[in-house]
Design a protein around this ligand. Structure first.
Ligand code: ADP
Length: 698
């Protein structure tokens, strides 16, 4: 109550203060009155109307009319009737005050309204700026605008840099004449239509009556209506984002004030779009990277359709395409559909389309890297067969991306949108990045497939080889035993005396047949080891016996070559847990090599002892030695040192491989020390079994 009365009291107070002031001035100057007091009061009332509103201003006028009486009277006349002229003066003064009050009231009202709209705009602008998605920005803008301007049609055109056209991306119709029309059919070049002009000049345009405006461009079949139109370009920095367009039915239904508000909205929208774009770019880069990772061909076992689907999924995530097709080059040299998908084309009911020939895709393969088509209906880049397809599907924008592995064109992706789509160079580049990754994925997959085929063929070959070795060694073993049996009979003289030359030949025969038997044994052992079928026959043995027997076996050969073999064994038993037959073969092999790879008469030293808790056997020769570069591969299957001097030394390269297999099969290890020209030493170390079974070393 008191609060509401306050402006009125203030108004009356102001009149009182000003009157007193004027009276004082008259008294000080000794004049009957201040002649301009009327003017002063009219100004005062105007100010009161502006600050406090119409009511207090009227009350102030009343107060002033009452006390004015005092000022109108001639001095010393006292209260009483005034002259006609005084009354006329008072009347015009009151009229002037009333006019000022009304004027102030109206303009104040407009200002308050505008301020209110501006405040509203300020409320919604954070929403616009904060939206991180371009679509969301435009939705927010459409809503926010409606709160400050009561439009009936709201349109957003975006500037498509690639196509150099303004493309309608949003249309909100709030009145019947606008709802009837499909505005999306309109795209405009710079300078075309009101929108095009606003974009070109980068200045807003207010058209009071569109029906009288010859520059308007309407969709085909639209009858122009009487409407006001506002077109405001969205620009930040140097970049044109597009144009905001508002329409309201009726001539002059939009004002200059609306235009100013729209300018502010458009500026904010441009900023928000720039933000959204940057955010989307960052997000898309992350997405593209994730997609790329997902496309790595780690999972070679994935079936082809699944791979196609994943690759296409990457493109779809990134592009948000309505329809998409992945075609991949197949063995028949044609591009078959590997996957289809998209927001409006679920993979399961998509037409698969026939395979394309290499000739049909030549246009996309070469020399263009990416084909971007803004409007399939009019774009001459498109060959007839593509145009037919895109027209059938109602496609309004397409991107065709080749998938290239090096120089090879392995397929392509077609991405399609049913609305005109705005694609920036960066977006195309990002899609190309995914295409490059897809190429790697597809290519690696194919290479892996080839590799797998090769590995299978190799395994088959290996199996056949083993089988052959096994059969061959078995078949050789029996006749060899017979040959050796007769040879020893001959050597012993059981079959009669032999001439000296024949005896010599017989020794060579025995020697070579020993070598051959060794070879056959090796082959048999290899076959058994690789089969994994025959398990080693482990028992507690004294390795000294195994080594001594092996040395005795090789001695005739060494002596034949005028060489010598020295054996040094510890007096204490070298007890281990092992397969005596296999260990014998291992030691045999080392001894055979020591003989074979000695240039002159072989000098071989064999030692057997215990060292550092394990049993150690060393076979040392003073032969040709082994180059250091060969040490690492020496124990590989079929490995032989390639030395031209060795070409007359027979061998298969399985001896040392067997030694290692046998020794490692016993939990031991084998090492080599060798210098070319100085000789070699092979050392076998075998573990001593835990427990008290074995007596301590002597
Ligand atoms: P093979 O003796 O049948 O060729 P091995 O596996 O026993 O096969 O030996 C592999 C290769 O290692 C031999 O070809 C030879 O070049 C080299 N080699 C093995 N033992 C010796 C040695 N004591 N002195 C020199 N070279 C050796």
């Amino acid at each position: 109550m008191v609060r509401r009365a306050l402006p009125y009291l203030a108004a009356v107070g102001a009149v009182g203060v000003v009157s007193t002031g004027l009276g004082l001035v008259a008294w000080v100057l000794r004049i009957p009155r201040v002649e301009t007091f009327l003017l002063v009061f009219v100004l005062l009332v105007g100010a009161i109307a502006w600050r406090l509103g119409r009511g207090p201003a009227l009350v102030a006028t009343g107060a002033f009319a009452l006390i004015a009486d005092y000022f109108f009277l001639p001095p010393r006349a006292g209260l009483g009737g005034a002259s006609v002229s005084d009354l006329v003066r008072l009347g015009t003064g009151l009229l002037a005050a009333a006019a000022v009050i009304q004027f102030v009231h109206v303009s104040r009202g407009r200002q308050v309204l505008l301020q209110k709209r501006k405040d509203l705009l300020q409320d919604v602008s954070p929403q616009i700026i904060q939206s991180l998605d371009a679509d969301e920005v435009l939705n927010t803008v459409a809503e926010a605008t409606l709160r400050v301007i009561d439009y009936q049609h709201f349109r957003v055109y975006r500037w498509d840099e690639a196509a150099e056209r303004l493309v309608l991306v949003k249309s909100v119709a709030r009145a019947e004449p606008y709802e009837r029309v499909d505005w999306h059919t309109v795209t405009l070049s710079l300078g075309e239509g009101i929108t095009g002009i606003a974009a070109q000049t980068r200045r807003p345009l207010l058209i009071p009556d569109g029906s009288l405006e010859p520059r308007m461009v309407y969709p085909v079949g639209t009858t122009p209506v009487v409407e006001s139109i506002l077109s405001v370009p969205m620009v930040t920095g140097d970049r044109l984002f597009g144009v905001l367009s508002l329409a309201r039915l009726g001539a002059r239904s939009l004002s200059d004030e609306d235009l100013r508000l729209m300018e502010s909205i458009a500026a904010q929208t441009a900023l928000a779009l720039a933000n959204a774009e940057q955010y989307a770019e960052a997000e898309q880069t992350i997405k593209a990277l994730a997609t790329i990772e997902a496309l790595q061909p780690t999972d070679a076992g994935l079936p082809d359709p699944e791979v196609g689907k994943r690759i296409l999924g990457g493109f779809l995530d990134l592009s948000q395409a309505d329809l998409a097709t992945l075609r991949v080059l197949q063995a028949d040299g044609r591009y078959h559909v590997a996957a289809t998908g998209g927001r409006h084309w679920p993979a399961n009911d998509a037409p698969m389309g026939g395979p394309l020939s290499a000739a049909q895709v030549a246009w996309v393969a070469d020399p263009r890297v990416t084909v971007y088509v803004a409007d399939p209906e009019s774009d001459t880049k498109l060959p007839e067969w593509v145009r037919r397809g895109t027209q059938l599907a109602g496609v309004k924008a397409s991107v065709f991306l080749p998938i290239r592995a090096g120089q090879r064109f392995v397929g392509f992706v077609g991405l399609h949108w049913r609305r005109p789509r705005w694609l920036r160079p960066q977006q195309l580049r990002r899609l190309q990045l995914v295409a490059a990754q897809a190429a790697i994925a597809l290519d690696t997959r194919e290479a892996l497939g080839r590799e797998r085929g090769r590995a299978e063929a190799y395994a088959e070959l290996e199996r056949a080889r083993r089988e052959f070795m096994q059969i061959a060694s078995h078949e050789l073993r029996t006749p060899l035993t017979v040959i050796r049996g007769y040879a020893s009979l001959l050597e012993e003289g059981s079959l009669g005396e032999m001439p000296a030359a024949a005896r010599k030949a017989l020794r060579t025969l025995m020697d070579k047949s020993s070598e051959m038997r060794g070879q056959v044994e090796r082959m048999l052992l290899l076959a058994r080891l690789e089969d994994g079928a025959a398990q080693p026959q482990m028992s507690e043995i004294d390795l000294r016996t195994v080594v001594a027997d092996a040395v005795n076996r090789v001695r005739p050969q060494v002596e034949l070559k005028q060489g010598r073999v020295d054996l040094t064994l510890t007096s204490a038993p070298l007890t281990i847990l092992g397969d005596p037959e296999r260990l014998a073969t291992a030691v045999d092999n080392l001894l055979q090599n020591a003989v074979k790879f000695s240039a002159g008469p072989p000098q071989i030293e064999v030692t057997g002892n215990r060292e550092n808790g394990s049993v150690r056997v060393v076979v040392r020769d003073h032969g040709i030695g082994i180059p250091p570069s060969a040490h690492a591969r020496l124990f590989e299957k079929f490995y032989r040192v390639s030395d031209p001097e060795l070409h007359n030394v027979t061998g298969t390269g399985i001896g040392l491989y067997l030694v290692r297999q046998v020794v490692e099969g016993h939990g031991g290890r084998v090492d080599v020390e060798s210098q070319p020209g100085a000789g070699s030493a092979f050392e076998i170390q075998l573990p001593v079994p835990a427990g008290g079974a074995i007596p301590p070393p002597a």
